[in-house]
Design a protein around this ligand. Structure first.
Ligand SMILES: C[C@H](N)C(=O)N[C@@H](Cc1c[nH]cn1)C(=O)O
Ligand SMILES: [Zn+2]
Ligand SMILES: [Zn+2]
Length: 476
C-alpha cells in the first residue's frame, strides 16, 4: 500500500490550486438552508455537486424530498445520492456530508465577503461553509479525482449521501435513510462522516459521540402592529418584556439549566468514563484560543470537556421581531419570537425534554399575569449518538491519521449535532465514524469561518488513506 499512497499524496500535492478552485466555486453558492429566499441557491449547490460527481464518473441522482413541513409553499432541497464503483470484491463505504450552510452577512462582522473564498498569507481560506461542510465534502471528490489522475485503482466502492438541510435539523432525511437502508444503502459496510472538528489545532481526532439538538421557539404576541414607545409606552403591555423574563428563567450565567426534569435524565458519570478524559490532549489555553476570550465557565480541562460532550447545555440564540440594528429605534415590537436550543445527551428523551420545556415556559409566563399571548413549540429535534470506537472502521481511520499526520489520534465526543448519525447507525446496522478535517479555531457557524489549506490538503490525503486502510482491514 505504501507506494500507492505515496503517489496518491504526490497527486494531491500537485492539485492544490485545482482543489482550491473547486472549494472557491462551492463557497460562492450561498446555500443557506435556514433562509427561504436562498432555497434556489441551496438547489444550485446540489446541481453543482451533481455535475462534479458526474464528471468524475459517479452515477448520481438528485432525490426530491417533497415540501418543507410547516412551509408547504417551499420545496425541500434534494439529497444528492451517488455511487462510485460497483465491485463486490471490495468493501463499500457510505459517505455523508451536507452542502447547506449557516447564514452569513458581511455586516455580521466578517472581515471578508463570506461567499467569496479569501486566502490569507498563512493559507487560511475564509468563507461560509469552508470547514462546515463544503471543504470536507469536496475532500471526497478530490480523493476520487487524484486517484484517477495518478492512475491508482480505487480501493473501495463509495456510496454518497449529501443533504441540503442539515443546518436546519435535517428535515426529510430520516425518512429517506430508513427507506433506502435496504435499497440504495444496502451494500454499505460502514459509514463515514466528515463534518466536525479537531479538539485543538495540532492533533487530529476520531469522534464516536454527538449531542442531540432540540430547537425551540417562544412566541409572545400583543398589539397588532409595532408601536411608538413614546405614544404607547407605559400604557400597553410589551411582548418583549415578557419574553425576556421567560428566557432569563431558562439557564444561569454558568450554563446551569433551570428547567426542572432536564438534568434528572442525564446518566451518571462512571469511573471508566472519568479515566478517558485523562488521556486527551486538550488544554485550557487551546480552548481560550478557540473562544477568542477567557470567558470559559470552568478552569479545568476535564470539566470543560464534560460540559461540552456529556452534559446538556441550553443556548439562547436570538429574538425574531426585535429591533437589532445599530442606532436607537424607539419601537415597541408587537410580536417577538425567542429562539433557544438544548443540546441533549444520554439518556435524555426527546419527548420528555419537550414536555419539561413547555411546562416550564408556560408556568413562567403564567406567573407574569400578562395579557399577551404565548406559544411555545419545538422547531426541530434530533437525538444524541454515542457509538463504540472499537471497530475496523475506526482502526482504519486511526492508521490513516498516523500515516498522514504521524500521531495517534485522540478519541473524542463532540458537543455539536449531526442528527442523521444515529439514523444511519440504526437503519443500516453499520458502524458510524466521524473523521474531521478542520480544527477547533475554524469558526464554524461564526463570523470569519475558515479552513486552513493544510487541513484541506492533508485532510484530502487523510480521507483517501482511510479508504486504503479500510480495504486492508481484516474481515471479521
Ligand atoms: C456538527 C455539525 N457540523 C453541525 O454544525 N451541526 C449543526 C446541526 C444542527 C442544526 N440544528 C440542529 N442541529 C449543529 O450542531 O448546530
Ligand atoms: Zn456541519
Ligand atoms: Zn454546522
Amino acid at each position: 500500500m505504501a507506494p500507492l499512497l505515496d503517489s496518491f499524496f504526490k497527486q494531491v500535492d500537485s492539485s492544490v490550486n485545482h482543489f482550491t478552485m473547486r472549494l472557491r466555486k462551492a463557497v460562492a453558492i450561498p446555500s443557506i438552508s435556514a433562509d427561504d429566499a436562498r432555497r434556489p441557491d441551496v438547489v444550485r449547490m446540489a446541481d453543482f455537486l451533481y455535475q462534479e460527481l458526474k464528471s468524475l464518473g459517479a452515477s448520481v441522482k438528485l432525490r426530491p424530498l417533497g415540501k418543507q413541513p410547516g412551509k408547504e409553499y417551499l420545496e425541500l432541497p434534494p439529497v444528492v445520492l451517488a455511487r462510485y464503483g460497483n465491485d463486490n470484491s471490495k468493501r463499500t463505504i457510505l459517505l455523508y456530508g451536507h452542502y447547506d450552510v449557516q447564514p452569513a452577512e458581511k455586516s455580521d462582522g466578517w472581515t471578508t465577503e463570506p461567499f467569496d473564498l479569501t486566502i490569507d498569507e498563512k493559507g487560511q481560506m475564509f468563507g461560509r461553509g469552508a470547514t462546515d461542510d463544503k471543504g470536507p465534502i469536496l475532500g471526497w471528490l478530490n480523493v476520487i479525482e487524484a486517484h484517477q489522475k495518478a492512475g491508482i485503482n480505487f480501493p473501495v466502492n463509495l456510496l454518497m449521501c449529501f443533504e441540503g438541510m442539515e443546518e436546519y435539523g435535517s428535515l426529510g432525511l430520516e425518512e429517506l435513510v430508513k427507506e433506502e437502508a435496504k435499497k440504495f444503502f444496502a451494500d454499505a459496510d460502514a459509514v463515514c462522516i466528515s463534518d466536525n472538528y479537531w479538539l485543538g489545532t495540532e492533533k487530529p481526532c476520531l469522534t464516536y459521540g454527538l449531542r442531540g439538538c432540540n430547537y425551540y421557539s417562544v412566541e409572545v404576541s400583543g398589539p397588532s402592529a409595532d408601536l411608538h414607545s413614546g405614544m404607547f409606552g407605559g400604557a400597553t403591555q410589551e411582548p418583549m418584556t415578557d419574553l425576556v423574563r421567560v428566557l432569563s428563567s431558562l439557564v444561569d450565567t454558568n450554563g446551569k439549566i433551570q428547567i426542572p426534569g432536564i438534568m434528572e435524565q442525564v446518566v451518571a458519570v462512571t469511573q471508566d468514563e472519568e479515566d478517558l478524559y485523562a488521556g486527551i490532549s486538550f488544554t485550557m489555553e487551546a480552548f481560550h484560543e478557540s473562544l477568542g476570550s477567557k470567558t470559559a465557565i470552568f478552569d479545568d480541562e476535564k470539566k470543560t470537556l464534560m460540559g461540552r460532550w456529556r452534559y446538556p447545555s441550553l443556548s439562547l440564540h436570538g429574538v425574531e421581531g426585535a429591533f437589532s440594528g445599530p442606532g436607537a429605534k424607539t419601537v415597541i415590537p408587537s410580536k417577538v419570537i425567542g429562539k433557544f436550543s438544548i443540546r441533549t445527551v444520554p439518556d435524555m428523551d426527546i419527548d420528555e425534554t419537550n414536555k419539561c420545556v413547555f411546562k416550564h415556559v408556560e408556568e413562567k409566563f403564567a406567573k407574569l399575569k400578562s395579557k399577551s399571548t404565548l406559544r411555545v413549540y419545538a422547531q426541530h429535534t434530533g437525538k444524541w449518538w454515542v457509538a463504540s470506537p472499537k471497530h475496523w472502521n475506526f482502526n482504519a481511520a486511526a492508521k490513516a491519521i498516523v500515516r498522514v499526520y504521524g500521531v495517534d489520534p485522540d478519541f473524542t465526543r463532540e458537543g455539536g449535532s449531526i442528527p442523521v448519525a444515529v439514523t444511519f447507525e440504526e437503519a443500516t446496522g453499520k458502524n458510524v465514524l466521524l473523521l474531521p478535517m478542520g480544527t477547533s479555531t475554524d469558526g464554524a457557524h461564526s463570523i470569519n469561518e475558515k479552513l486552513d489549506t493544510r487541513n484541506y490538503i492533508e485532510g484530502t490525503k487523510l480521507l483517501g488513506a482511510y479508504l486504503h486502510y479500510v480495504a486492508a482491514e481484516p474481515q471479521r
